[in-house]
Design a protein around this ligand. Structure first.
Ligand code: SDX
Length: 429
């Protein structure tokens, strides 16, 4: 009997099976040999929402949920947030190593020179109502990019793939800024190649009549850190969407559009917007006990709290909370900040949340900073989608290159009716 194995007895037949254990997992396919009879299909593993299922092997991001650890390619999120830039981090996620100076210069040059979008994309944007949610616009616009680059269907080819990755990372801020300007009814501000990735994003958002937009360095750096913190997070809902859609070998624009759509949900990337709306509905600190009571009664969720993996404080939330004070030195803190701080204090002491290991996650405080930077609440999930594009593409690339991966097609446990005959219309009911 091998040391790294599981011995199971099927009590239906008395047969004994030995299942190998590799890297803390058994292969679900090894269960199929366990049959109750010769014509039995064999055992499946049933795991709704993939609570305990590894869908892939990945070398990109490591999370230890109990210890609140997050690393990109082995580097701690704390060190990267402190010392790296977002594009440097994006390079690391996609290539597996920090870039040399020459590699970084070339990478930044490539991304910077792929920030423009086809002028016809403006006609697509103009089809939206003025108050269309920017995430709904971005889902469509990212998918629309695939129609401008038909060669992207050969995404598995190295050079073609590299160009699409550069295009997507370069163009996401442009799409986001254009959506923002569309909501305001303002003319689009075009990319300025002399600015940094985040500086140019601020330029495309906020440039008015000045000849050249000069981003405030504190705000530019705050966005840089927020983008680093949101760049990847292993097999989250939207990454799973990108991997699954990408496994059909569709182009990366369509796969990333699926990721944007998944991220839009209030349980995922839409939570930062939901946090601000929740705090706004609470209104003041004296209303918090009443809200907490509603949460305990299951009538409300404490948005920005809880996580499938972190059963400790989300390390990203700690960094965001720490950097918020620096941002507030040059902006005005959100009037809802005292409500958020008091809500956190109460929740961290309350048995209901402690027993469920519900701690603030990345979305609880990020909205505070976004609001102080002048972003409308609808833009908050968009500010998550921009940096996550690098992580989605790194995960998509890893899936494409993984010889064990093929088109994602889960099984099911059928609970519907057995075979039955058609009933003529007049004989129903
Ligand atoms: C992100 O996966 C990732 O990595 C995502 C992300 C990333 O970077 O990609 O980290 C980004 O999406 C962060 C999460 C943002 N979402 C929110 O803040 C929304 C509020 N949080 C919850 O909806 C919830 O905590 C989830 C969705 C984040 C996690 O849900 P799970 O793991 O499915 O846990 P669960 O819903 O089964 O909850 C377990 C228990 C339940 O209570 P009981 O039924 O056992 O009594 O905890 C309760 C839940 O009711 N619970 C909450 C709660 N979250 C869980 N109760 C009140 N408020 C909450 N926020």
């Amino acid at each position: 009997m091998a040391a790294n194995s599981l011995t199971v007895t099927d009590n239906r037949t008395g047969k004994v099976y030995e299942l190998p254990i590799e890297q803390g997992a058994i292969r679900a396919m090894d269960l199929r040999q366990i049959k109750a009879s010769e014509d039995d299909f064999g055992l499946l593993s049933y795991d709704p929402a993939f609570m305990n299922t590894a869908s892939c092997r990945s070398a990109i991001t490591y999370i230890d949920g109990d210890r609140g650890i997050l690393r990109y390619r082995g580097y701690s999120i704390e060190q990267l947030a402190e010392r790296a830039t977002y594009l440097e981090t994006a390079y690391l996620l996609l290539h597996g190593e920090l870039p040399t100076s020459a590699q970084l210069d070339d990478w930044v040059y490539q991304i910077t020179h792929h920030t423009w979008i086809h002028e016809n994309m403006k006609k697509v944007m103009e089809g939206f109502h003025y108050d269309a949610h920017p995430m709904g616009m971005i889902v469509l616009m990212v998918g629309a990019l695939s129609t401008f680059y038909p060669e992207a269907k050969n995404g598995i080819d190295g050079e073609t793939r590299k160009l699409q990755i550069i295009r997507l990372i370069g163009k996401m801020p442009t799409l986001a800024a254009f959506a923002y300007r569309h909501n305001l009814g303002m003319p689009y501000a075009y990319p300025d190649n002399h600015l940094s990735y985040t500086g140019n994003f601020l330029n495309m958002l906020f440039k008015a009549t000045e000849v050249k937009y000069e981003p405030h360095p504190t705000l530019e750096r705050a966005l840089e850190v927020l983008f680093i913190l949101h760049a990847d997070h292993e097999q989250n809902c939207s990454t799973n969407a990108v991997r699954s859609v990408g496994s059909s070998r569709v182009d990366p624009y369509s796969a990333v559009a699926a990721g944007v759509a998944a991220l839009y949900g209030p349980l995922h990337g839409g939570a930062n917007e939901a946090v601000l709306r929740m705090l706004g509905s609470i209104g003041s600190r004296d209303k918090i006990p009443q809200f907490i009571k509603q949460v305990k009664e299951g009538k409300a969720k404490l948005m920005g709290f809880g996580h499938r993996v972190y059963k400790n404080y989300d390390p990203r939330a700690k960094i965001i909370k720490r950097m918020a004070d620096e941002t507030y030195e040059v902006t005005r803190p959100s009037p809802l900040l005292p409500v958020a701080q008091e809500l956190e204090r109460i929740a961290l002491e309350d048995e209901y949340f402690v027993t469920r290991k519900l701690y603030p996650n990345v979305d609880f405080y990020s909205g505070m900073i976004y609001e102080s930077l002048g972003f409308p609440v609808e833009m908050f999930p968009v500010l998550f989608a921009i940096p996550r594009t690098a992580g989605w593409l790194a995960q998509w690339q890893e899936m494409i290159e993984d010889p064990e991966q093929k088109i994602a097609r889960p099984r099911q446990v059928y609970t519907g009716p057995a075979q039955r005959d058609y009933v003529p219309l007049g004989m129903r009911g």
